[in-house]
Design a protein around this ligand. Sequence first.
Ligand SMILES: Cc1ncc(COP(=O)(O)O)c(C=O)c1O
Length: 371
Amino acid sequence: MNIAPFETEHFYAQYEFNTPYQLCNSDCETVTIGALLEMADMSLEQFGLQALGYTESQGNPHLRESIAAMYQHVQPEDVVVLGTPIEGIYLTARALLEPGDEVIVLSPAYDALINMFAHVVGPSNVKKWRFQPQPSAWTLELDDLRRLLSPRTKMVVVNFPHNPTGYLPTPQMQRALAEIVEAHNLWLFCDEMYFGLVHSGTPPIPSAADVSKRAIVLSGLSKTYGLPGLRSGWLIVQDKATRDRLMNWKFYTSICPPAPTEFLAVAALRVWRELRDKNIAQIEQNLALAEVFFQRWPALFTWRRPLAGSTALVGYHVPSVSAVAAQLAAEAGVLIHPATTLDSDDRHMRMGFGRAGFGKALRRFEAWLGR
Ligand SMILES: Cc1ncc(COP(=O)(O)O)c(C=O)c1O
């Protein structure tokens, strides 16, 4: 069975480890194992004593308790610890959908959130709920979603805070979305990899898992907490029969989470608020630099300030952002991300604000623009 190329990951595989100045990463600034253990008041010696046998398939019970405690209405048995966050998208598509079901997805989006569902249900059964560009913001209309519903719709796939637009619904809109899903007996797959990265002035929202039992929530430590190399993620699945189906698929993909990752995830969850707050501060600082930059280049870029998350989708008025990105990487060692990989067009780029080197990279980009 065919699957579309995972364009975003092909792009980063090509550029991430050989382009020194990066303006587009979706993850936040990371820390070392030593620094993480120190923050969590744990020692490297304890880490050294971690046995490397198989682990419990659904996840270490202590880790599942710590994860459940981050939510209002989630129990440890609702948590499925994954082998890697991206695995959660695959497992959900496989366990909940059949060829011929219809799925509504956001567009633009992280491409796995479109392609994996298209792979299972068939590309013509994927309907796109599109963000609309307003002069200074991206918007999303529930009426557009209502128009896409059909008797074959099985699932709505969302991602809030959203990569790449930085969109976050209001609490009222989140509840209205849950009501639509429940009224039609659908599943809401909510990718919350950027959960808690909410910019000042934006009203926060709860996890979808605390709003509806029809929500399947994906989260993990890669983005908000800056630990993508840990490959730690989880699903919240409150329906037991669905969880059992999902676990069966998981036996075919990762069987159980890696023991060293679970050890370090327990450490990270002791200090998740500190990790998140450090990253929010970095994002706010980089957003301020970006705003000043865009004020200096009003004819070249359209800036729509993100409400949440670590990214923004920026209009770049050149004939091809892909061509400019390749030239910029080669000439100045600066990486921008053409939004074509995210089901957008070649006149937008994704920017990412979570990394400490952002300011330096932005200055290099500006020097290149003014060359
Ligand atoms: C919305 C979204 N979901 C899932 C993932 C996958 O996370 P990970 O790379 O940690 O598996 C990403 C990574 O960019 C993402 O942006």
